[in-house]
Design a protein around this ligand. Structure first.
Ligand code: C5P
Length: 500
């Protein structure tokens, strides 16, 4: 963290500028001088460092780094990886759990070794990977009982039908299943398997048994599975898994592990967008040609939904206005389903109107809105005729981003996307100015040979008035989290400027 950011962070951690000024015995101009010069006199830093434990954290006066008072700083997740094709997704899950300050120790079943190596898991967790129930070295270092006991949560991801069946029947023939019998931590199961295996009555019966034992299931999702079939059985979205875990582990009772002072929780737990209202558009729009046909596009809505989930996870109040997609509503968001561009604009208009009392802070237009709609719509289906194909008379749809950008109640931060096939940077820059957006996230429609629309990955060129950043190809959840970090930084610096 840069020194200036640390100062911003400190002001929040010490209960806002007014309180910090009182503590330091200075006025508002001195505080903004400290920020501008990126310098806090050492005697002041020492004063804060001495007081910090009263606010529930430690502060290093040299670097201004904050750390929790309690040594048990990170919650422990024991991740059981079982042997399914989705095992590789657990690698990404480990990285994201660490982003959210969880410590991860992994146990792999024997068949999981067929899909990923313990070496890669260990490299990511930074901890030894356990597999063998009868490994003498492991028993000397950390018996399987302790391994199960030190966990704050046991997460089985991916969970195969076989493993679900084993724990439903209380088998303990390997380390992973033994841990499930020994632990008194909550157990979360992320199933991933062929849709027929998932739908099979035996599997469903096993899941019912486990649910009755208060074991939580996350997913599976619907869609294409690795075995080439379509249906329910996909490994749930990483951001969704993390949101469920956060809810469980960061409940009030667990928060007290970290902080004695409740007012610090808001700032130190990853809720940087708490109190912010964010409106997001996502998915395609369908513009009817007649009662059965429409003009649409290939947008899957995945990027917009991932952004909505990430904003909600960061504590924002999120309204998601979505065109027709095949995705479940992200948790903790208010979803408004629409079909056409005009309906999308109306939904946004009523959200902005509410803003007269409660201002919307940020709009993110991630929708792929159709550019054209019919001038006139008949009630009847257009028929083939001898005179050839019908001449469709089209007019432009409302440009929602541009309309929000020029709106009298324009939110403080307006963000758009630009999907381009060529001259990415120039097009995105001129789009940003034309639509009066603060930021444009530009992406090329064709990325590494596949279109971005139904892909799980994205690669972004971030453009604002003052800077340009290339965000390397990553999954859409990771891109969403990166955007949340930028939004949080934007608000923390502009909120501060307003207060000073
Ligand atoms: O002009 P273009 O469609 O390339 O602009 C893309 C950006 O504008 C995206 O953020 C998209 O959500 C938004 N947009 C909109 N309404 C339209 C067309 C685009 O909000 N009718």
């Amino acid at each position: 963290m840069k020194y200036q950011e640390s100062l911003t962070y400190l002001i929040e951690a010490f209960g806002g500028s007014d309180n910090l000024q009182k503590i330091l015995g200075v006025g508002p101009s001195a505080l903004s001088n400290y920020r501008r010069r990126e310098h806090l006199p050492f005697n002041q830093a020492q004063k804060l460092s001495e007081l910090a434990p009263d606010y529930g954290f430690n502060l290093d006066p040299y670097s201004l780094r904050i750390s929790p008072v309690n040594k048990k700083a990170k919650l422990e997740i024991l991740l059981i990886i079982t042997g399914g094709i989705a095992a590789y997704k657990s690698l990404e899950l480990i990285r994201r759990l660490q982003d959210f300050e969880f410590s991860v120790t992994a146990v792999m079943t024997e068949s999981a070794h067929q899909f990923i190596t313990p070496l890669s898991v260990s490299a990511l967790t930074g901890n030894k990977v356990y597999s063998d129930l009868f490994d003498l070295t492991d028993e000397q270092e950390m018996g399987h009982i302790q391994l199960a006991r030190k966990a704050d949560l046991v997460l089985i991801a991916p969970a195969t039908a076989n493993f679900i069946s084993k724990i439903a029947h209380g088998l303990a023939d390997d380390l992973a299943s033994t841990i499930c019998l020994v632990t008194d931590a909550p157990i979360f199961v992320v199933p991933a398997m062929n849709p027929h295996m998932w739908a099979n009555l035996a599997t469903q019966e096993n899941c019912r048994i486990l649910r009755n034992r208060e074991i939580t299931f996350i997913g599976p999702d619907d869609g294409d599975t690795a075995c080439g079939e379509n249906g329910s059985g996909r490994f749930a979205e990483t951001s969704f898994i993390i949101s469920i875990i956060q809810k469980k582990l960061l409940s009030n009772e667990n928060l007290n592990i970290f902080f004695e002072n409740k007012s610090q929780q808001k700032h130190l737990i990853a809720k940087p967008l708490a109190g912010k209202r964010i409106l997001i558009t996502a998915g395609p729009t369908f513009e009817p040609i007649d009662p059965v046909r429409f003009i649409g596009n290939r947008s899957s809505g995945k990027q917009g939904y991932a952004i909505a989930a990430a904003c909600a996870l960061a504590g924002a109040e999120v309204c998601l206005v979505s065109g027709p997609v095949n995705l479940a509503a992200p948790s903790d968001t208010r979803l408004i389903n629409i079909e056409t561009a005009e309906q999308m604009q109306q939904a946004c208009a009523s959200e902005l109107q509410v803003a007269n009392g409660l201002q919307i802070d940020c709009v993110i237009c991630a929708a792929a809105v159709s550019d054209w709609q019919m001038v006139e719509l008949g009630d009847l289906k257009l028929k083939k005729s001898d005179s050839g194909p019908p001449q469709l008379r089209l007019k432009e749809t409302p440009d929602i981003l541009s309309w929000v950008g020029h709106h009298p109640s324009r939110p403080r931060l307006v963000i758009g996307f630009a999907a381009e096939t060529d001259t990415l940077k120039q097009n995105a820059q001129s789009k940003r100015m034309r639509k009066n957006a603060d930021w444009i996230l530009a992406n090329s429609v064709i990325q590494s040979g596949e279109t971005v629309f139904n892909s799980d990955k994205n690669e972004i060129l971030f453009i604002s008035e003052t800077k340009e950043e290339a965000w390397a190809a990553d999954n859409k959840q990771a891109i969403a989290q990166k955007l949340v970090v930028h939004i949080s930084e934007y608000f923390s610096s502009t909120d501060l400027d307003r207060n000073c």
